[in-house]
Design a protein around this ligand. Structure first.
Ligand SMILES: Cc1ncc(COP(=O)(O)O)c(C=O)c1O
Length: 459
């Protein structure tokens, strides 16, 4: 029989997958290590197991104990799975910028979750760092792994992630890239790879609003660098003990938007439904690769987690638009449609007292299927479309001798020239089969459903 005794035995040994689309035009072989294949759907399962097992060995965690951690959600998930397998309780503190999905998932696997304010300094008693520390003091027989300073974090990657990458690239890896938060993933893995081949270059992906890049390049912990940002998991406003800058050759900063947009591209173009910081890692690594990689280089980029944790954000079009991360499609306006007619002919109208039969002839001769109806003063008093005419004639063929005013519908609505196609199509759907607009020379133009179709298809 081939089975695992517990789920946590399936942690690690995640696959390397070749990128084929988002890296078009960039030299070298670009591979991604897909960590959502771990049971907790993130790279953090590795450190969760290592931190708990080391604590058990050091007697810091005893049977029936409580694990307390400050986490962006992924470490919490990993710890919850390890705790479930080993019979421990879990209490996690999270910053309120983390997605609701992450909070719900932790509660689903039995953890108690305490949400703390994001925009308070780390030392503030309300921060998720401080609350976790305090709970560790208050709850007897509790263990606070503290992934930021617990070196079992780096050790987990030195003992598993690094060796797996070296083995699966048959030692051909030249560049390793990963996001940095606690620093364990980039530093632990790089330490192992550099011990195998000191020429391996490691590229850390940081976020705007984080202290890392400036500190690496100047040695200055610059508070000015710190400001709120949205990307989850990478960047920091502290210097965790797991960050060993000697293991990092380059740091590339990535904006929230670039990370989010690349995450969506990876899902759409590579089928990799991954998390936000994965998008940041690939965007930053490819920026670096564009300038530095040679044809026979092999780069491995680590993708920490899964897209399901970002359904309400990165993978939600409205959320993306609201944050200016998604170009709302530039729809043509009524003005564009009129101008694209390059000097359109005068608007066709029919008089309200014209016989229906004559109106049909006029419409056919002009190849139009809807037309505004005007009175003698030229005022718009109604509208006529071929569907309505056909229906009226079928009900009463004699109607062809009656004035149009007898079967006409309400006048087409006037709308502004700056309305875009998406707005115009909702108006057309609601009101009538066409709309009217008045240009700057007070000339009236008609906008029909087929105009909108042309404009959208041309877009
Ligand atoms: C989604 C995500 N990406 C990247 C990272 C960074 O990994 P590390 O903490 O090992 O530097 C984390 C860490 O929490 C994470 O949750």
């Amino acid at each position: 029989m081939r089975y695992y005794n517990t789920l946590i035995e399936t942690i690690g040994d995640t696959p390397l997958v070749k990128l084929n689309s988002v890296n078009k035009g960039i030299k070298g072989t670009i591979l991604v290590k897909v960590e959502y294949f771990n049971p907790g759907n993130s790279v953090k399962d590795r450190i969760a197991l290592k931190m708990v097992e080391d604590a058990e060995k050091e007697g810091l965690l005893k049977p029936g104990g409580t694990i307390i951690e400050g986490t962006s959600g992924n470490t919490g998930m990993g710890l919850a799975l390890v705790a479930q397998a080993k019979g421990y309780k879990c209490v996690f503190t999270l910053a309120d910028k983390q997605s609701q999905e992450k909070i719900d998932i932790l509660r689903a696997v039995g953890a108690e979750v305490i949400v703390c304010p994001t925009n308070v300094p780390p030392e503030d008693p309300r921060s998720y760092y401080s609350v976790a520390k305090q709970l560790n003091k208050d709850i007897p027989n509790s263990f606070y792994p503290n992934q930021y300073d617990n070196t079992s974090n780096t050790a987990a990657h030195y003992e598993s992630t690094g060796p797996e990458i070296w083995r699966d690239t048959a030692g051909k890896i030249t560049h390793y890239a990963a996001g940095m938060g606690t620093g364990g993933t980039i530093c632990g893995t790089s330490k192992y790879l550099k011990e195998q081949n000191s020429k391996v270059e490691s590229v850390a992906i940081d976020s705007y609003g984080s202290v890392f890049k400036k500190y690496k390049e100047t040695g200055v912990f610059d508070e000015q660098e710190i400001y709120p940002y949205l990307t989850e998991g990478i960047g920091e406003d502290i210097l965790p003990k797991n960050v060993n800058f000697d293991m990092i050759d380059h740091i590339v900063k990535v904006t929230d938007k670039d990370g989010a947009v690349m995450a969506r591209r990876l899902s759409r173009e590579e089928g990799l439904f991954i998390g936000w910081s994965c998008g940041s890692a690939v965007h930053g690594a490819l920026e670096f690769a564009k300038e530095n990689l040679k044809e026979d280089d092999v780069m491995v980029i680590l993708l920490p987690d899964h897209g399901t944790r970002y359904l309400g954000k990165v993978y939600n079009d409205n959320w993306m638009k609201d944050h200016g991360f998604l170009e709302s499609r530039k729809f043509a306006t009524a003005k564009d449609i009129i101008e694209s007619r390059n000097g359109s002919a005068e608007l066709k109208t029919i008089q309200q007292d014209l016989k229906v039969g004559e109106a049909i002839v006029t419409m056919n001769q002009n190849g139009i299927d809807q037309v505004p109806v005007v009175n003698a003063k030229g005022e718009f008093v109604g509208s006529l479309n071929d569907t309505k005419v056909l229906k009226s004639l079928l009900e009463n063929p004699e109607i062809k001798n009656s004035p149009v005013s007898e079967i006409m519908d309400a006048p087409f609505q006037f709308v502004g020239m700056d309305n875009t196609v998406d707005v115009l199509s909702s108006l057309i759907r609601k009101h009538a089969s066409a709309l009217l607009v008045r240009d700057e020379n007070n000339q009236v133009h008609i906008v029909t459903q087929s105009d909108l179709l042309m404009a959208i298809s041309a877009n």
